[in-house]
Structures are given as C-alpha cells and as structure tokens.
Design a protein around this ligand. Structure first.
Ligand code: C2O
Ligand code: CU
Ligand code: CU
Length: 485
C-alpha cells in the first residue's frame, strides 16, 4: 500500500512523493480508520462525479397475501448492468437487481420470502437486524444449493427499523455481497407512521458501498490473503444504490434518508457541504428518543443511520455534496443533492421520537476479545476462529446479559449480533452520540472496549455474532451463541 501526499500530511509527515507504508513507523492508532484497506495496485477506469442519477431500488410486490402474511418470491441470479457508463458489469442480484428490490414490511405482520438460487454457488440469505427464528436467519452453513429454494419466515415482531438483507454463505460472503447481493428491508409500524416523518418518495434508502473495476467494467476483487485479509478490501470508487457518486434531485423540503454502510470493509465519516446538517432520527434498530443534530456521522460496515435533511433553507440551484471525511480523491465525495424545485412540505420532525426502554439488569457478563492470530493468520474472537461445530455462549431465553467487546488490535471492528437489538451502555473512550438507541452492529475502536446490554427473547436456537468487515467475518472472526430454554 502506498500513502499519497495528502495522507502523509494527515499523519503529520511531509514528503514530496509517496512512500511505501511498510517503511514508515506509524503508530498503530493511525491506521484505525478509513484508508486502511488492502490495496490492489491497480485502479478503476476514470469516472465523472455527479454524472448519473441516484437509482431508487423498486419496492417488491408480494406474489400473494393472506390475513397474516405477505408472500414474496425472489430469484438470485447473475445479470449485466452499466455502472460505469458504456461498460457492462456482471453482478449477482436478488431478482437480478443490484441493489436487490426493497421489501417494505409492517411490524406484527409476517413475511415469507421464497428465495430461489439460480447462482452457480450455494447461498444463504440473512435479514440483518431481524429478530428471526434460527432456521430462517441465514446461518452461514444453512445454504440453498444452486437450483434449489428456501422459504425464509420473518415474523417481524420488532419495532419499525431500517433492516437489510444480504448474502451470508460460509466462505463466500465477502465475494458475493460485493457482487451485489444486498437489499433494503424497511420495517414500518403504526407508531412511526403516526409521527408524520417524510415518507413515500421523500423516504429514500442510500446504500453506500465501495468497489473497484477492471478496464472492461467487470468488478475487481482480490484473493483474501495478506493485507486484504488483515485490513479488508477497499474499492477506489464510491457507489450509492449501485451508481458511482450519483446526483439526486430534491425539492426544498425535508427528506428522510436511510443510510446503510453496505461496504465490505470501508468505514466513512459522512458530512454535508454548504452548511447543511443531519438530524439523526434513528439507529440500526429503530427511532431514537429524539432527533440529534450532527454535522458529521461515522458509519461502519453493517450500520444503518436514519437522518432527516431539510433542504428548505437552500435556494433552488444549490448543490449539496454528501462527503466522506475519511476519503481522498474519488472516495472523498459520496453523492450530491441538487435542490431543483420548490415544494410545500406537510411532513414533521417531532422533537421527541420513540422512548428507549431500559433493559433489566444483566445477570451475566461475557468478555469477547477481538484480535489477529499471527500463527493461524486469521482474525479471532477470544483466540478462536469460527467453527460451526463450536458454540461459545448459551444465554438463557428471556435473560439479559452484558457483552463486553475488547479490541486488542490496531483496527476498528464493527461487532454484530444476529437475532437481537442491543443497547450500548459503556465504552472506555466514552459513549458516542451514535451509541444511543437500538443497535445490532457497534464499532469497537482500536484498543477500546464496548459493553452492550442484550436481552434474548422469543426464540431458542443457534445464531452467529461476528465482525461486519466481511473479509474478517469470513476469516474467521465469527462465533456462535445458542439461546437455551
Ligand atoms: Cu449483516 Cu451476519 O450480518
Ligand atoms: Cu445480521
Ligand atoms: Cu474486524
């Protein structure tokens, strides 16, 4: 990996040219963020920022419905699309779409999705953030063979939340999420609907990912060894809903944006140009107690952050860039909002949103150390690589536990638990604004430790927990817990 002049300046070093990273003595901490990834040497064909419109993934229509359930059918298959204008890219998509079609579900109403696998490899589909029975959770070993199908049952007994579904097959997750297997699953409920937040065309999912392309437009993805395994793979282009640095024409009114970091390994610090600000209204698992104004928002792989942006103060013609403070060059600008019309706005942004209940006292504390094992050449949890035959924790159904993630490495790791939404209760470095609310993925900074309180409700059975840097998750920073009666 080479450092550019700008990156060296950020490190407080000066150099006229680039310097191989290995020769520099850089404190561990410096590499905790942003441009930490495994490079490839090559680079994508040139592209022009803000030249293509933001794609809005279609909302999938149920194939049938009854009194309790909406039934959907999805076929996973390869498809071709133009991501770089004039060049064709083969993607793998749900219904051949990247991002996949959006599922809009209602709290308390069941969804059943029949997933048919027309890919050349086994696949497992996981509903990230879903409180889901274990046999529908998309366990890495519960794969659908090519040509076969599986019905995933989602009871949706949880509050409104920005969930997403993605590939989770053991040994193929980083490669196949990267190829396009990810989509939004927006869970709504009456409480949220009663708040009159911006909705419909003013409620927009933004799936942020990074990729690298070969000269012919095909996706570049390296072998997961060496620096790629250590740092995760970082692309040199930023995409939102599969478009490279798109623009989005907005009216001068409030919008709700559901930010999703669907990247394999890149973490962002989002900011807006032109003095615009975010009003954060939600976290991974639903609405916050109240909106909070933020000028910058860090977001790690797997995390979701719901924000309202009010374009009212900006005259028609204003162009507001969604920026990535951790990027440089093509990774510094994510997309652009172009205020192109005036419209009246009957939506609201209430001063209070959804109360955050306090969880019962924890009856058990578990420590989970995050580290790299140099002997195994793998990322490990408590010294052990993922083994589907091993279960690390047996929480009791209904009990509340404190899980303490202790990062013993030079990188940030976003830790994710399946099945549950938890609350972040302590962080050595002090709680962050983004910690307040229901979370299922929490960034644990280098040498920090983070405690989350989690209650195991409704379902017994086996689930995974893992780092959401996908190259780490699959090599082999994942464990299992089994909820027992
Ligand atoms: Cu989004 Cu097990 O992951
Ligand atoms: Cu998940
Ligand atoms: Cu990690």
């Amino acid at each position: 990996m080479m450092l550019t002049r700008r990156e060296l300046l950020k490190l407080g070093l000066s150099a006229a040219a680039t310097v191989p990273l290995g020769r520099l003595l850089i404190p561990d901490r410096v590499l905790a963020h942003g441009d930490h990834g495994g490079g490839s040497g090559g680079s994508s064909p040139p592209t022009t920022p803000f030249a293509v419109p933001l794609p809005i993934p279609p909302v999938l229509v149920p194939s049938s419905t009854d009194a309790t359930t909406d039934y959907y059918q999805i076929t996973m298959r390869p498809a071709q699309m133009q991501i770089i204008p004039g060049l064709w890219t083969t993607i793998w998509g749900y219904n051949g779409l990247y991002p996949g079609p959006t599922i809009v579900a209602r709290s308390g109403r069941r969804v059943v999705i029949r997933q048919t696998n027309n890919l050349p490899e086994p696949s497992s589909v996981h509903l990230h953030g879903g409180h889901t029975p274990p046999d529908s959770d998309g366990h890495p070993t519960a794969t659908i063979a090519p040509g076969a199908y599986r019905d995933y049952i989602y009871p949706n007994n949880q509050i409104a939340a920005p969930l997403w579904y993605h590939e989770h097959a053991d040994g193929r997750t980083p490669q196949n999420v990267y190829k396009g297997l990810a989509g939004f699953y927006i869970l709504t409920d009456d409480f949220e609907a009663g708040l009159n937040l911006p909705s419909g065309a003013y409620d927009v999912g933004l799936a942020i990912q990074d990729k690298q392309f070969n000269a012919d437009g095909s996706l570049f993805y390296p072998e997961i060894t060496g620096d790629v395994l250590k740092n995760g793979f970082l692309g040199d282009k930023l995409l939102v809903n599969a478009a490279i640095q798109p623009f989005f024409k907005v009216a001068n009114r409030k919008y709700c944006f559901r930010l999703l970091n669907g990247s394999n390994a890149r973490d962002y610090e989002l900011a807006l140009s032109s003095g615009a600000v975010f009003k954060q209204i939600g976290t991974d698992g639903g609405l916050r107690p109240a909106p909070i104004t933020r000028s910058t928002i860090p977001i790690a792989p797997g995390e979701r952050i719901d924000v309202v942006i009010d374009f009212k103060p900006f005259p028609v013609g204003t162009k507001i860039v969604l920026k990535n403070n951790k990027g440089s060059g093509d990774t510094a600008d994510v997309m652009r909002f172009d205020v192109d019309r005036t419209e009246s706005d009957t939506s609201s942004l209430p001063a209070t949103l959804r109360p955050l209940p306090s969880l019962p006292a924890a009856t058990k504390t578990r420590d989970i150390e995050l580290d790299f094992d140099r002997g195994l050449d793998l990322w490990v949890l408590n010294g052990k690589p993922f083994d589907p035959a091993r279960i690390d924790a047996f929480p009791k159904l209904g009990s509340t536990e404190l899980w303490r993630f202790k990062n013993r490495s030079r990188m940030m790791h976003p830790l994710h638990l399946h099945d549950v939404q938890f609350q972040v209760v302590a962080r050595d470095g002090g709680l962050l604004p983004g910690d307040v609310g229901w979370k299922d993925t929490v960034p644990v900074e280098s040498w920090d430790s983070v405690s989350v309180k989690v209650q195991f409700l409704d379902f017994t059975g086996t689930y995974v927990y893992h780092c959401h840097i996908l190259e780490h998750e699959d090599h082999a920073m994942m464990g299992q817990f089994q909820v027992v009666p």
